[in-house]
Design a binder for this molecule. Structure first.
Ligand code: FA5
Length: 347
């Protein structure tokens, strides 16, 4: 009998060597130690034998059964590991991206020229004691229009094509002037501040017009402010930014929130005043509307107009950048071409 169990063991070990899959291993296990397996057959054949023989053979068969179970378990673990490995290899995804696909903004591309000039303008004004304020891109009708002396249905609203939200109470601010209003609401005179930021207008684009562009609002409120103060600060700004005197002209301009209102134009630095697509062949570029703050605007924000007055301006930042660097089309700014951005120094 022991010869028979040894033969079974040898057959089992030979057979398990060739097994590669879980179903084949399960079948092999059943063939040897299952209910109808070869070992069960041996036990059945012992019926009628003396008890000591049955005990002796039973021990040998049980021992072999334990050995077979352990060998099957070990092999099962190996097959499972191989299956998982195979699956991992098949389903492997590369979650990393080649670093070179992206340029790192600060080191490779540098700052956007609008950011560079905005910082320079801020430095000029902070050196003259101005605060820097911020305001929300999504404004309400009151701060964008009403508090600036532009009531509902006033034709001046048509000067700025507006992106309205569906509630018709909120909008993407069309200018930085609401920063003026928020600045006046939150401080007591005397004060002076600038407020830079993005503005949005629903208008056709060309070499000098974008739908999303930048302005810097400025305001000074104190006793006895005159147009001379306004001109002094505007001239200082432009000579600091251009590092030389540039030709400017002041002409009357209409804005409901200033009285008198002016347009400060700069002689086009792209064509030297001869006329080009940037200045619409005028030789001059509208850059800096400004004026003395309308008494209604001061009153809306609770400022005592018997004692205080002031000036305000709204500088077109993108156009200033174009003049400073000789850029002939505003649409380069949002074109997303890094070769454009890389031309400007980082800071
Ligand atoms: C205003 O937006 C007034 N809030 C400015 C102001 C403030 C006047 C305080 C008086 C007192 P205007 O719509 O002209 O004004 O725009 C101001 C400047 O923004 C323009 O001179 C121009 O330089 C720039 N600008 C206007 N529209 C565009 C545009 N579509 N693309 C690029 N720049 C523009």
């Amino acid at each position: 009998m022991s010869k028979k169990t040894e033969q079974i063991k040898a057959d089992f070990l030979k057979a398990i060597e060739t097994v590669r899959t879980q179903p084949d291993l399960a079948k092999l296990k059943a063939d040897f130690i299952g209910k109808k397996g070869v070992l069960s057959e041996i036990l059945k054949e012992m019926k009628g034998q003396p008890p000591e023989i049955i005990r002796e053979i039973g021990q040998v068969v049980n021992q072999l059964k334990t050995e077979i179970e352990k060998t099957v378990d070990d092999k099962m673990k190996k097959i499972e590991a191989a299956v998982i490995n195979e699956k991992l290899k098949r389903e492997r995804i590369d979650v990393s991206l080649r670093e070179s696909l992206f340029d790192r903004g600060l080191t490779d591309a540098g700052y956007h020229p609008v950011t560079l000039i905005q910082r320079e303008v801020e430095d000029v004004f902070t050196s003259m004691g101005f605060e820097i304020l911020d305001g929300p891109h999504i404004e309400d009708d009151y701060h964008n229009f009403v508090a600036l002396n532009i009531p509902k249905h006033h034709p001046a609203r048509d000067m700025q094509d507006t992106f309205w939200f569906s509630d018709l109470k909120h909008l993407l601010r069309t200018h930085t002037s609401p920063i003026q209003v928020r600045g006046m609401e939150s401080r007591k005179p005397p004060f002076k501040f600038v407020g830079p930021g993005k503005v949005f207008r629903n208008e056709a684009t060309d070499a000098s017009h974008e739908m999303v562009f930048h302005q810097i609002e400025g305001m000074m409120v104190d006793e006895n402010i005159t147009v001379s103060h306004l001109i002094y600060f505007m001239k200082t700004l432009l000579s600091e930014i251009f590092g030389r005197s540039v030709e400017v002209r002041l002409r009357p301009g209409f804005f409901p929130f200033v009285e008198p209102g002016f347009e400060l134009d700069i002689k086009c630095l792209i064509c030297g005043g001869k006329g080009c697509s940037v200045c619409k062949h005028q030789g001059w570029l509208e850059l800096l509307p400004c004026g003395m703050v309308h008494p209604n605007v001061l009153t809306y924000s609770g400022i005592d107009i018997k004692r205080y007055n002031g000036f305000a301006f709204g500088l077109g930042l993108d156009r200033l950048v174009m003049m400073r660097y000789g850029i002939d089309d505003i649409r380069h700014f949002h074109g997303g071409d890094l070769r454009f951005i890389r031309q400007f120094k980082s800071c």
